[in-house]
Design a protein around this ligand. Sequence first.
Ligand code: 5AD
Ligand code: SF4
Length: 456
Amino acid sequence: MSTLELPVLNTPDAPPAPSNGLKVYVETYGCQMNVNDTEIVQGVMHQHGYAVADTADEADVVLLNTCAIRDNAERKIHERLNHLKYNKRSNKDLVIGVLGCMAERLRAQLLDKQMVDVVIGPDEYRRVPELVEQARGGERGIAVKLSRVETYDDIVPLRTEGISAWISIMRGCDKFCTFCVVPFTRGRERSRPLSSVVDEAKHLWDSGFKEITLLGQNVNSYRDEERGFDFADLLAHTARAVPQMRIRYTTSHPQDMSDKLIDTMAGHDNICKYIHLPVQSGSNRILELMNRTYTVEHYLGRIRRIKQAMPDCAMSTDIIAGFCTETEEDHQRTMDVMREVRYEGAYMFAYSPRENTKAWKMGDDVPDEVKNRRLNEIIELQNGISREINALEIGRTHGILVEGPSKRNAAQWKGRTDTNKTVIFPHEDVRGYVIGDIVSVHIESSSSATLVGKLV
Ligand code: 5AD
Ligand code: SF4
């Protein structure tokens, strides 16, 4: 593979239908599950003769794969739809669709918007071509049934970039955290058979991919019902099947972070030493109101167990500031946990009440300015910790998976460490490495977000 040639993108078992001359553009919002869902929708459309367009402007069908997790995620989509109205004015045949969690949550309400032709929820992506076809004939449509079995196991995602691939291993969530819409928008938990995940991993390796991330809202609930395998078994089987592949996974729930899973990670060099373990709050009272089903003590116990087995394992988390009834004291507890764990990184949010969740009925009594002030304190604390942790990397040498030119400066290339830190280094053509290689980089400087180094 030469430097800029990327792997084969899609090798469907069944040949696609002949081209129908139409192009589809799918725009992705939200989490990594959505990134993979977009690839699944592209796979389905490709099978039906559609080509994938590079921009919305050149597409006959524009689909927004949406997120409903917080109000501002939805607001962004409304703005985008308003903008797409102009595309429709210049191309009357353009079909515009809303897919994903917002489609599931708002359903027919979205059809009140003049520019929306189809509304399709996360478990109905097989029907995208049919609904788009009807819309082209002038009939707008909606498909939002949730399924107990749909895993799109047989659909080959049409991946369009890079050497890293997402593999969804399960869908849905049964945890019902009181603040979260996901159990309503993505339905009940269901898993793919272990063999199909392992086969996909092997296929990806053979196609040139070097890193996979096993995805689920809550991967620790993974279960191969027929053969009784759990997530640790799946990780171990995958690690053995593709021993050179870097393997990551996300997201874990602290309640189900088992010793077996931790030991499985420790036992395989190709399972990356990085765990995203959302804590949400450092106050037991708030955790209880959130229905997180663990205490701070349990959570910290899991972190200790992880660090015992893998002292260099990097940790990241999700934190919500200003959940209903959160006091200054609760907020301080959250910051105490951050100081104790010293996360490499965190995704930090102001609480956003979502209709129909349990927390919606609890009210939203923390004023916005208090929420935002607490959020800013949390962000500032995390930035300081990330900066300090990254400074400790100076002088160390890491194996970096080369991803290609950095966006800001093509003379600099970037890659990631096993622990998921981004590393920038000057590109040296003469060294003969290519995208997808693992190279040794000596770290010379750092910031809160990146490490900078030189090839050894
Ligand atoms: N408000 C703010 N943050 C939320 N999250 C989920 N629901 C909400 C909400 N209503 C955050 C949680 C979760 C992450 C994916 O998004 O931290 O872990
Ligand atoms: Fe939402 Fe909780 Fe499920 Fe995560 S575990 S998707 S926060 S309900």
